[in-house]
Structure formats: structure tokens, C-alpha cells
Design a protein around this ligand. Structure first.
Ligand SMILES: Nc1ncnc2c1ncn2[C@@H]1O[C@H](COP(=O)(O)OP(=O)(O)OP(=O)(O)O)[C@@H](O)[C@H]1O
Length: 453
């Protein structure tokens, strides 16, 4: 049931839109309508459609401009044109613009159905091809797991054991230890590897959006829901759903997640169609969920359901053997780091440092060193003089004195975010790094700040 095709019909004539909608709804397709190219572009940018059927002549934005704008925005949904007068020339022109097909008016119903089926088949093949390519690239990108330590060797053994079964896995470890890369390895070694690996950062989604992010929504289910949208569960069908920072998921959303996992089905927000769950769940957290359960901050029943096969990733300071191999590997990953060398003294310094931000912090330090030594291409212990073993390079402890009259925490947050953006020249990725946040979490903060202004 999850793959009912959704078609967007674009025509300025209501009569034509309704006629086509009726014909296609009878065949079981889900239909949405737009009144011209501009309206259609807004909808295809926000929603998920399998096919667009569009008139050519329309006010505001015509069919040709619509398809051009879609391709500019990398929206590859096939478009079929309906035209009153198709000469060979205009047909060639339409196909040149990237149309999947065209039909001439007046048309009979069977012609429309054949054309829609053909275009949807094409759409499926194009999507499959694109996703396979993406998966291959991702697999190559995340292929290498660097380690020398016995403790990481143990983690890799656990990954091998659990990959082939569909068991829920809970990956535990401090921030930046490699929880996501381990989750990807489980996925790519499983029978689900031909399908998607879909990461969701539970900490980056504001609580009122968790449900629609996970389960999707129907058109009109809330203000701004202009079109139907698939959620992460549906998107990951046949594959793996990676729920990162699960400990940060609000309690009421935890209840909804639990229900979907128990009943093995869910409904989109505002919908009544039951959609079966066919995903493998891998969760990760840097929090102590058992303590959170005791404090009633995490649901015990959900904890038992996701904690079937726990894997703990040790912090980098407890596996010093991995530090230098990882540093060498990370150097190679940067395009300008291929011919750099690293001295023994520098390696010693890297080994002495406690790495509170783990592998992510090591990657940041290596990037900084590569920039500092662009000329000499030699990383020495002097290059690492900014690294103080008792003073973390990033994410260190900061003590802020509380003013006697108290302070609004969100004002402090606001000020720090603003300063970080200023220092980073408005580059959100760099600003997020300065604040020890992921870019998505910074975006949520910015959005919330917008709301408060
Ligand atoms: N053993 C490893 N080999 C190669 N790369 C690694 C390894 N461990 C971590 N990395 C890299 O370090 C970075 C941080 O790892 P990852 O995102 O998996 O950590 P995480 O524990 O999920 O972080 P967070 O808790 O902040 O979400 C990534 O770029 C990842 O590819």
C-alpha cells in the first residue's frame, strides 16, 4: 500500500483538472492539483510526486518554463504535456524540453491510462537508478573504518554478527566516536543494503515536527501542508532507519514511535491509511538511557524495544592505538592533505591529548593543521602547540557567572549564536563547529530564534 503513485495535474482550466483527476482517481492514483506553473513549482518543490501532467499554455508560468525550472532545481519527476495542437515540430520541441511524453486533446481515457503507466514505469526506473548510484557512492565513502585497537576490533565483530539479522541495534558512545559510521556499516553488510539508509537526527527536529518528519503528512493536515509528504519511515521502506540522538526525542513522540514499532504500521499525520513498517531500526545516543528511564525522561517500554542488541563504542582516549592511524587517514581525506607528512613528535602529542570530542575533534584538528602547514606540508609538534592536553581544543568547559538578578537562558544562547555566526562570517557550518553543534541543530536554534524575535 505504501507505493500508491501520486500525480500532480497542472491546468488553468478547472474543468480539465477535475476531469483528469476523476479518471485517474478511479484507477487508484492519489491526485493533487495546481492551477498554473507557478503553483505547480511550489508544490513539486515541497512534496513528493511520481508524475506531473501539465497543460502547456497557462498564465503566470507555462508548461515549458515549469519543466525548465524543475530541472534547474534538480527535480527529476517526469512531466507529461497535454496539448491541443501537436504538430511533429511541437512534439519534438516538447520532448527536447525534457517531457516524458505528450497527449493531444481531445483524448480518450484509455490513451491517458496507457501514457500514465508508461511514464510511471519510466519514473520508477530513473529513481531506482539514481538511488543505486547514490548508495554506491555512499558505500564507497563510508567503506573505511579505521582502527587498530582490540576494543574497536570487538565492535567490528559485533557488527558482523548482527548485520545479517533484522534485530534492533542500540549504539552507545560519546559524541563523535563514530556511531553513525558503525550504523552505516551494519546497513551495508545487511540484506537491506540495496535499499536506503535514512538518518534522522532526533535532537535536530523540534518536538511539534517529530511526528510529521517520521510518519509524513497528508495535504491540508496543518497550516503549510500544501501537499502530501512521505515521512522517514516510508522513505526507508526496505532499508534502515537510523534514529540518532534518540535520547533527545520528546516523551510524547517516543510514545508515537513505540506504537509504530509495536503495531508495525502507522498513519501519516492527518491520514487514515495504514502503512506497514518495513524498516530495520538502529538507534544511537550519547546519553545514559537507563538513568533517563529512572528519571522518567525516557520511556522504559521504548528502551526495551530499541535495546535488543547494544553496541558500545569506546571513546578515543581509551583506544590510543587508533589515534595516529585515524589522523593519517583523515589527512588523506582532505584534497590538499595528500602530500603532508607528520612528525613523530606530533604523533606523540596527538596520543597525549584526551580527545573529548573524539574522532570528530581529531578531524577538525587535522584540518586546522593542514591549513597551518600549507607551505611546509609538515605537521610537527609545534604545529600542534594549540593543543593543550588539559584544555580541550574545542568544546571545553566554560564557567559563566550567573548575574545576581538572574538571566534569561535563551538570551545567552541568542547572543552566543550571533557571535559564532559573526566570527564565522555567517558560515553556518563553521559557526556550528564553534558551538560544538551539528549544522542541523544550529538551524533549529536559528529557526526558534526567528520565532522569538
Ligand atoms: N573508525 C573510524 N574510521 C574512519 N572514520 C571515522 C571513524 N570513526 C569516526 N569516523 C569519522 O568521524 C566523524 C564522526 O563520526 P560519526 O558521525 O559517525 O560520530 P557520531 O558518534 O555519530 O557523532 P554524534 O554523536 O555527534 O552524532 C565522521 O566523519 C566519521 O566518518
Amino acid at each position: 500500500m505504501a507505493d500508491i503513485s501520486t500525480i500532480l495535474i497542472v491546468d488553468d482550466e478547472a474543468k480539465m483538472r477535475n476531469l483528469l483527476s476523476m479518471m485517474l482517481e478511479r484507477k487508484g492514483y492519489q491526485i493533487d492539483q495546481a492551477t498554473d506553473g507557478k503553483d505547480a513549482l511550489k508544490k513539486v518543490s515541497a512534496g513528493t510526486y511520481d508524475l506531473v501532467i501539465s497543460d502547456i499554455k497557462m498564465p503566470e508560468m507555462d508548461g515549458k518554463e515549469l519543466i525548465n525550472r524543475m530541472r534547474e532545481q534538480n527535480i527529476v519527476t517526469p512531466v507529461v504535456f497535454i496539448t491541443a495542437f501537436a504538430t511533429v515540430d511541437s512534439a519534438v520541441d516538447m520532448m527536447r524540453q525534457g517531457a516524458a511524453d505528450y497527449v493531444t486533446k481531445p483524448f480518450d481515457e484509455s490513451k491517458i491510462h496507457i501514457m500514465v503507466e508508461r511514464a510511471l514505469n519510466l519514473s520508477r526506473i530513473v529513481n531506482e537508478n539514481r538511488e543505486l548510484k547514490q548508495a554506491l557512492e555512499e558505500k564507497q565513502e563510508n567503506r573505511q573504518l579505521i582502527y587498530e585497537s582490540n576494543s574497536m576490533g570487538g565492535v567490528v565483530d559485533l557488527v558482523k554478527n548482527v548485520a545479517s539479522v533484522d534485530t534492533a541495534v542500540l549504539i552507545l558512545g560519546e559524541s563523535g566516536t563514530g556511531k553513525e559510521i558503525i550504523a552505516r556499516h551494519i546497513h551495508y553488510q545487511s540484506q537491506r543494503s540495496r535499499n536506503r539508509f535514512v538518518p534522522v537526527n532526533c535532537a535536530a527536529i523540534s518536538s511539534n515536527l517529530v511526528e510529521s518528519e517520521l510518519f509524513g503528512y497528508e495535504k491540508g493536515s496543518f497550516t503549510g501542508a500544501d501537499s502530501r509528504r512521505r515521512g522517514k519511515f516510508e522513505y526507508a521502506t526496505g532499508g534502515t532507519l537510523f534514529l540518532d540522538e534518540i535520547g533527545d526525542m520528546p516523551l510524547d513522540s517516543q510514545g508515537k514511535l513505540l506504537r509504530a514499532l509495536q503495531e508495525k504500521k502507522f498513519q501519516r499525520v492527518g491520514g487514515n491509511q495504514e502503512i506497514p513498517v518495513d524498516v530495520r531500526i538502529i538507534c544511537a545516543t550519547n546519553r545514559n538511557l537507563e538513568t533517563m528511564v529512572q528519571q522518567n525522561k525516557f520511556r522504559q517500554d521504548l528502551f526495551y524495544r530499541i535495546n535488543v542488541f547494544p553496541i558500545s563504542i569506546p571513546p578515543l582516549r581509551q583506544r590510543k592505538e587508533d589515534v595516529v592511524p585515524l589522523a593519517m587517514y583523515l589527512m588523506q581525506k582532505f584534497p590538499f592533505g595528500k602530500s603532508h607528512t607528520i612528525s613523530e613528535g606530533a604523533c606523540r602529542k596527538l596520543n597525549e591529548y584526551p580527545w573529548p570530542g573524539n574522532v570528530r575533534e581529531l578531524a577538525n584538528v587535522i584540518e586546522r593543521c593542514l591549513i597551518l602547514t600549507r607551505e611546509t606540508q609538515k605537521i610537527t609538534s609545534d604545529t600542534l602547540s594549540f593543543l593543550k592536553p588539559n584544555e580541550p581544543a574545542a568544546g571545553g568547559r566554560v564557567i559563566v557567572k550567573l548575574p545576581p538578578g538572574g538571566v534569561q537562558l535563551n538570551h545567552v544562547q541568542f547572543s552566543l549564536v550571533k557571535q559564532a555566526l559573526q566570527a564565522a562570517g555567517n558560515n553556518q557550518t563553521t559557526a556550528a563547529k564553534l558551538l560544538g553543534l551539528s549544522r542541523s541543530k544550529l538551524r533549529v536554534l536559528l529557526k526558534n530564534m526567528d520565532g522569538e524575535q
